[in-house]
Design a protein around this ligand. Structure first.
Ligand SMILES: *Cc1c(COP(=O)(O)O)cnc(C)c1O
Length: 462
């Protein structure tokens, strides 16, 4: 038995998988300010047209260009590993496999889309990309990709992280990006907020508004904006994870997994692993597919399915998704990547169909799971990833109680070596559990009633 299942470079997937081709009921379209479906040209000031084409595509397979594979080879194919030590500790008959996405140079799955996005922008004649970042994982991934591909990169980093978590800011600078604290003095959106609230810690919503503004106001027209999760083309690029995993499970002598798990902030690492298996489920396979969110930011398990904006300033198109409202301000839990108010529309339609079954976990259980992982498997996981591990442990214990040799597959989305302050807070007993009160959900989702209604459509098969 091998505990690391490696694919040959020549066996890397050459096409991305697009779930939009196989969804039994289609997604609701994004809407513009007039309440009518947006057209691709309306997105043209923000994204290059080659990425917009992927965003709206319903083709099942989309070829991965060779120039992109040439960069992905630096760390892909990523290994599939078997967590035998955790299995032993749990005395479970389940087999626990995981995709190790922590081995990319920036340390997470995010470069799987940063590289193609930078490449398509370059091909379209763009010179500079702007983006926002919270704790800094996405800013690092995009800075890394832009450096390798030869683009300028500007990152608006939420002020409180910029001040309190300097290491990822330094990583971005090593890769040549220009990283500024948001709100900044460089945009109208930033100046307006600073005039009203000079001491604000900033927010992802404000940083998104600044990054979009600085892209669309470049007088040369050679700047575009980039997003690290949520959108269809981002999830598409991440499917290389699940497609590799499928080949690797076969090499390990497995057919299909019984359970697939990923943590979910905007949905991209979960979808990247899970969507190729959602296709099997649509075709009759019996697989439990679980995205895991924090109880402090429970959009999938407790939010309404509604049309909502992607950002606080209401500049994006309206997306049909499970959401806590675009004005929602989550408690500062340490899994910075899981604090977004909405969820990728493709994942949401999978939930509506019953193909995908979300769960929420408390912070302390997640850190305890991360500690157990470090003491059995050895590696220190990202706080986001600990949510997936908590659910894996539950499923492995259930398999023990049922006496079933289940195959559990999960996404090890990143390492936690830049997130040690969260571990420090846990070890010194400063962290607490938190369940978002219903009044908060009601307060932040009330304004959505004035937006177009999103109807839940499903076949009822699952
Ligand atoms: C950003 C991040 C996430 C959450 O983002 P998704 O788009 O939901 O995948 C999860 N894990 C890690 C390590 C991250 O950096």
């Amino acid at each position: 038995m091998e505990i690391k299942i490696n694919l040959k470079e020549r066996d890397i997937p050459r096409k991305w998988y697009n779930l939009a081709a196989d969804l039994p009921t289609p997604m609701l379209p994004p809407l513009g300010p007039d309440g009518k479906p947006i057209t691709p040209d309306m997105l043209a000031p923000v994204f290059p047209m080659n990425l917009i084409e992927q965003e709206v595509s319903t083709k099942r397979w989309i070829p991965i260009p060779g120039e992109i594979l040439d960069i992905l080879y630096r760390w892909r194919p990523a290994p599939l590993k078997r967590a035998v030590n955790l299995e032993k500790y749990l005395k479970t008959p389940a087999k626990i496999y995981y995709k190790d996405e922590s081995i990319s140079p920036p340390g997470s799955h995010k470069p799987n889309t940063a590289v193609p996005q930078a490449r398509y922008n370059k091909q379209f004649g763009i010179k500079k990309i702007t983006t926002e970042t919270g704790a800094g994982q996405w800013g690092c991934a995009l800075a890394f990709a832009c450096k390798l591909i030869g683009l300028e990169c500007k990152v608006y980093m939420v002020r409180i992280s910029f001040d309190q978590k300097p290491f990822r800011k330094i990583m971005m600078q090593v890769w040549g990006a220009n990283c500024v604290a948001s709100p900044s003095n460089e945009t109208n959106a930033g100046r307006k907020i600073l005039a009203e609230m000079p001491d604000t810690p900033g927010s992802l919503g404000i940083a998104i508004s600044e990054a979009i503004e600085s892209a669309v106001t470049d007088p040369t027209g050679q700047t575009r904006y980039s997003l690290g999760s949520v959108l269809n083309h981002v999830l598409l690029h991440q499917t290389i994870i699940g497609l590799e995993a499928k080949k690797q499970l076969k090499l390990a002598g497995e057919k299909l997994p019984d359970v697939v798990i990923g943590c979910a902030g905007g949905g991209s690492n979960f979808a990247g692993l899970a969507f190729p298996f959602v296709a099997d489920k649509i075709n009759g396979a019996n697989i439990k597919i679980i995205p895991v969110e924090p109880t402090a930011c429970p959009k999938m398990t407790r939010g309404p399915f509604a049309y909502d904006f992607g950002d606080t300033a209401c500049t994006t198109p309206l997306l049909a998704m499970y959401t806590l409202g675009h004005a929602f301000i989550p408690k500062p839990i340490h899994a910075g990547g899981l604090r977004y108010h909405g969820m990728a529309p493709l994942v949401c339609q999978g939930i509506n169909e019953g193909l995908i079954e979300p769960k929420a976990y408390q912070q302390l259980q997640c850190y305890k799971s991360a500690m157990l992982w470090a003491s059995t498997e050895g590696s220190i996981c990202a706080p986001e990833t600990s949510h997936a591990i908590a659910a894996v442990i539950d499923e492995a214990e259930k398999a023990r109680e049922e006496g079933k040799e289940k195959v559990i597959l999960f996404n090890y989305s990143g390492h936690g070596l830049m997130d040690l302050l969260g571990y420090d807070a846990f070890l010194s007993g400063k962290l607490t559990d938190y369940t978002l009160p219903q009044e908060e959900i009601d307060k932040y989702t009330e304004p959505l009633k004035n937006l177009p209604k999103a109807e839940v459509k499903k076949t009822g098969k699952w």
